[in-house]
Design a protein around this ligand. Structure first.
Ligand code: CMP
Length: 140
C-alpha cells in the first residue's frame, strides 16, 4: 500500500481533558507518524471555513461553536494507507457506534464532542492539510 498523508484534529473536548498525549500514542501505535503538529484555537470563521462542506447540515452552527470553543491540536499523519488507517483507529463518528478499543469508543463524549477528526479521502486530506499547514511545516 502507498505511503499517504492525512489530516487530523484533536478536538476541544479532548484537549480540555488533557488527552493529547494518550491520543497521539494511539495514532503512533497504529503505525501513523506525526510529521506536523501544532496547537491553536480556531476562530469561528476558521471553523466555518474548515467545515464549509457541512454548511447546510442542521449541526453546522453548533459544530463551529464547539470547534472554536477551546484549543485543538492539528496534525499531519503519514503512513501506509494513512487515511483508512486513521479512520480505523478513530472509530465511527458516533461513539455509540464506534468499535471497542477505538479512540472515539474510549474517549468521545457524544457525536459532536467526539475527540478527533480525520480526513475521509485523498482530495479532502490535501485540502485540509493546506488549510492549516505550509509545506515547510511538514517534515517526514
Ligand atoms: P468530524 O469528523 O469532525 O466531521 C464533521 C463533524 O460534525 C463530525 O466529526 C461530528 O463531530 C459533527 N457532528 C455533529 N453532529 C453530527 C451528526 N448528526 N452527524 C454527523 N456529524 C455530526
Amino acid at each position: 500500500m502507498a505511503i499517504e498523508r492525512t489530516f487530523s484534529i484533536i478536538k476541544p473536548d479532548a484537549t480540555a481533558r488533557n488527552l493529547t498525549g494518550k491520543i497521539v500514542a494511539r495514532l503512533e501505535g497504529a503505525g501513523l507518524k506525526v510529521v506536523a503538529q501544532k496547537r491553536l484555537r480556531m476562530t469561528r470563521a476558521v471553523a466555518e471555513g474548515f467545515y464549509a462542506v457541512h454548511r447546510e447540515r442542521p449541526f453546522f452552527n453548533d459544530l463551529c461553536a464547539f470547534m472554536s470553543s477551546g484549543p485543538v491540536v492539528v496534525q499531519v499523519l503519514e503512513g501506509e494507507g494513512a487515511i483508512a488507517r486513521n479512520r480505523e483507529v478513530m472509530g465511527a463518528t458516533d461513539p455509540k457506534k464506534a468499535a471497542p478499543g477505538t479512540i472515539r469508543a474510549e474517549f468521545a463524549e457524544n457525536i459532536e464532542r467526539n475527540s478527533v477528526h480525520g480526513s475521509d479521502a485523498p482530495e479532502t486530506a490535501a485540502q485540509e492539510i493546506a488549510y492549516f499547514f505550509s509545506a515547510i511545516e511538514i517534515v517526514g
